[in-house]
Design a protein around this ligand. Structure first.
Ligand SMILES: Nc1ncnc2c1ncn2[C@@H]1O[C@H](COP(=O)(O)OP(=O)(O)OP(=O)(O)O)[C@@H](O)[C@H]1O
Ligand SMILES: [Mg+2]
Length: 227
């Protein structure tokens, strides 16, 4: 199996009013291409911090995260931007959709940033809408959608990029059981159908029940890993 991530002795501190707070302590983990991995653990255990580092949302200049064989800390800013733009689809707990754009336009936004040609954009968006079962929502704006529908748009937006890795922070947290299960099933389907690596943070028992590999965090440390 090809390694996508190799995290070695990762420590991460937040500065809080001049005091260092250790959010991640000596984290070691590997994620292979095509794998589906869930970070579990109580609130404050460091799940989002770890996802943000792996997704290049935080400054990674000092850190020992190898992505595709390259140490993120050694990359130039433009190289990191390329990874963010092409390789990573990030799904946030609170969706982060653009309120003035329709479903279609929200999905199209990142494809335009990737300079995908119009015909190809159309094809990718239509497929993403279909996989997520939201073709009939294409002209609606986020405010006209339910939470479950918004999360499906956010996943469609991540999927349409055809990223190497989809990173989802608490993707079911704002959803009821039924919508939550649908979202998890969609992530599985994307993992199987497109071979995307999927990394999820969640403390939702339903998500954990379905997760093939769980890495448990507590107080910024890995407690155990079960595959
Ligand atoms: N910007 C920040 N500045 C200072 N401390 C922070 C910051 N962000 C997070 N922390 C602290 O780092 C620790 C880990 O936070 P993190 O958000 O990664 O936890 P989490 O596991 O995602 O929790 P949750 O399940 O509530 O989302 C927490 O103790 C939190 O208070
Ligand atoms: Mg979090």
């Amino acid at each position: 199996m090809t390694l996508l991530y190799d995290v070695k002795n990762l420590n991460f501190n937040y500065q809080l009013e001049g005091v260092e707070f250790k959010a991640l302590k000596n984290i070691n983990l590997k994620v292979s291409v095509g794998e589906m991995v869930t970070f579990a653990g109580p609130s404050g255990s460091g799940k989002s911090t770890l996802l943000n580092l792996m997704g290049l949302m935080e400054d990674t200049s000092r850190d020992m995260i190898f992505y595709n064989g390259k140490c993120l800390g050694n990359l130039e800013e433009h190289e990191k931007n390329t990874i963010r733009r092409f390789d990573i689809g990030f799904i946030f707990q609170s969706f982060h959709l653009f309120p003035v754009l329709s479903t279609w336009e929200n999905i199209e936004f990142f494809l335009i940033r990737q300079a995908v040609a119009e015909n190809k954009r159309k094809e990718l968006i239509e497929e993403a809408l279909e996989v997520l079962g939201i073709t009939d929502l294409r002209d609606k704006r986020p405010t006209q959608l339910s939470g479950g529908q918004r999360q499906r748009v956010a996943i469609a937006r991540a999927l349409a990029k055809r990223p190497k890795v989809i990173i989802a922070d608490e993707p079911t947290a704002s959803l009821d059981q039924k919508n939550g299960e649908a979202v998890v099933n969609h992530l599985f389907e994307i993992n199987k159908k497109f071979g995307s690596t999927i990394i999820v943070a969640s403390h939702d028992p339903m998500v954990l029940k379905h997760s093939p590999k769980i890495i448990h965090l507590k107080d910024g440390e890995i407690q155990k890993e079960n595959a």
